[in-house]
Design a protein around this ligand. Structure first.
Ligand code: UDP
Length: 403
């Protein structure tokens, strides 16, 4: 089990001690995280690592996953798209189903929890029981809600307003709810299988097992097969890149338990790839952390051509590995990829292709960007730093604790 001290080589012993001290007033506090998928996507990725660390500093965390039906997850995926401003139909039936499934999950809430944290919109309906629960409630919005569909927001805001605190990744995401607000970016875990160092021999063996030849530079995008990640657009860009520099594309991803659209999008991707031997579409198991690690670290360039993005942890992961990233400047990518410093920002098939070509042709620029990217992640977006922010937030909610 991971220990805060394990991060000493990365953050130093003083910081480790300071975090432990900060956590002292929270000893024994029950912190319940509720989300909608045990695997797949950024929230599960964060909780997998944050929960054990919270335990290590003396909190009593638990992580529960909402029990939903296929219909419910279809509806919440529609809500997800509507949060991102896509033109989808929202209707009363969806609200009724959402209410009903939320009520069926009321028993999930730990009556003894000091803090209940609802991650994203899927479990937000649980806030209906709020007046009967004595803990502190937090709504954690992991996505970009700026263009949320008005009708949907009118429905969900009542639930969100029942929470004491709302957390967002960026200041521009903050919605007017009357509750306290915290703004904090998420983080990756440098010690996890997804991000740890991989010895060269192991890296080559895993790449070979995945059937990825390393005879040509690799351009890689790792993401759920979701239209908002624009995997089909990545293929179009790649075809432009290959006209100028010989290289291979790897599109790797799996599904998430709460994302019913993945299979359809994967079919669209395969259609666009059309059996091209230079394009590898890899369907990964939810346990494929080391494989993702190896693909990211083997990339000459990592691409994240998202149309929308809450934060974009895949970008953080690639940056931590010192890889140069080309990404669209949307959502949280904007605070990670500082153009020509910690990555290249580009939108549209042509501009993305040009940025990838630039990095493939200029190894010095690629190396400089990779180094700056890694340092930025070390300072801002790693798990112990994130834990420290969490403890600060929770302590600020406890009566009588000065922060
Ligand atoms: N991920 C994964 N397997 C996949 C696709 C993605 O483990 O097949 C991970 C990825 O490495 C990252 C997270 O899921 O840690 C995705 O987070 P991000 O913020 O990039 O996007 P989200 O999926 O939450 O929109």
């Amino acid at each position: 089990m991971v220990k805060l001290e394990d991060y000493q080589p990365i953050i130093g012993s003083e910081r480790v001690e300071a975090i432990r001290e900060l956590a002292a007033p929270l000893q024994g506090s029950v912190v319940q995280h509720i989300n909608s998928a045990a695997v797949g996507g950024g929230v599960a990725e964060i909780l997998k690592r944050l929960v054990p660390l919270m335990e290590d500093v003396g909190l009593v965390p638990r992580w529960d996953v909402l029990r939903g039906t296929d219909e419910f997850f279809f509806i919440t995926k529609t809500f997800h798209n509507a949060f991102h401003g896509l033109p989808v139909e929202i209707n009363e039936f969806m609200f009724d189903t959402y209410r009903e499934v939320s009520r069926q999950n009321f028993d999930l809430v730990d009556a003894a929890a000091d803090f209940v944290i609802l991650h994203d919109q899927q479990p937000l309906g649980l806030a209906e029981i709020r007046p009967d629960h004595l803990g502190h409630w937090i709504w954690y919005c992991h996505i970009d809600p700026v263009d949320v569909d008005r009708r949907l927001w009118n429905f969900l805001r009542d639930y969100a307003a029942r929470c004491d605190v709302a957390i967002y990744h960026l200041p521009e995401y903050v919605k007017e709810l009357g509750s306290r607000v915290h703004v904090t970016p998420p983080a990756i875990d440098p010690l996890s299988e997804k991000n740890r160092d991989v010895p060269e021999e192991e890296r080559c063996a895993i790449l070979a097992r995945l059937g990825v030849p390393d005879d040509l530079p690799l351009v890689v995008q790792v993401s759920r097969f979701d239209r908002l990640k624009d995997p089909v657009g990545v293929i179009r860009s790649f075809k432009l890149v290959r006209e100028q520099v010989p290289c291979r594309l790897v599109l790797a991803g799996g599904g998430a338990g709460d994302d019913p659209e993945g299979i359809q999008v994967l079919q669209e991707v395969r259609r666009e790839a059309d059996g091209d031997p230079g394009i590898m579409v890899l369907e990964l198991a939810p346990t494929a952390d080391l494989e993702i690690n190896v693909l990211q670290r083997s990339a000459a360039v990592v691409v994240q051509k998202s149309v929308r993005e809450g934060f974009g942890l895949t970008v953080t992961e690639a940056m931590w590995k010192g890889r140069p990233v080309v990404a669209s400047p949307v959502g949280g990518i904007r605070i990670q990829v500082l153009h020509e410093e910690t990555g290249l920002a580009a939108s549209g098939d042509q501009a993305v292709a040009e940025a990838v070509v630039r990095l493939l042709k200029d190894p010095e620029l690629a190396a400089f960007i990779g180094r700056s990217a890694q340092e930025m992640v070390r300072r801002n977006f790693i798990m112990p730093v994130y834990l420290e922010r969490w403890i600060g937030m929770l302590a600020a909610m406890m009566p009588g604790v000065a922060c």
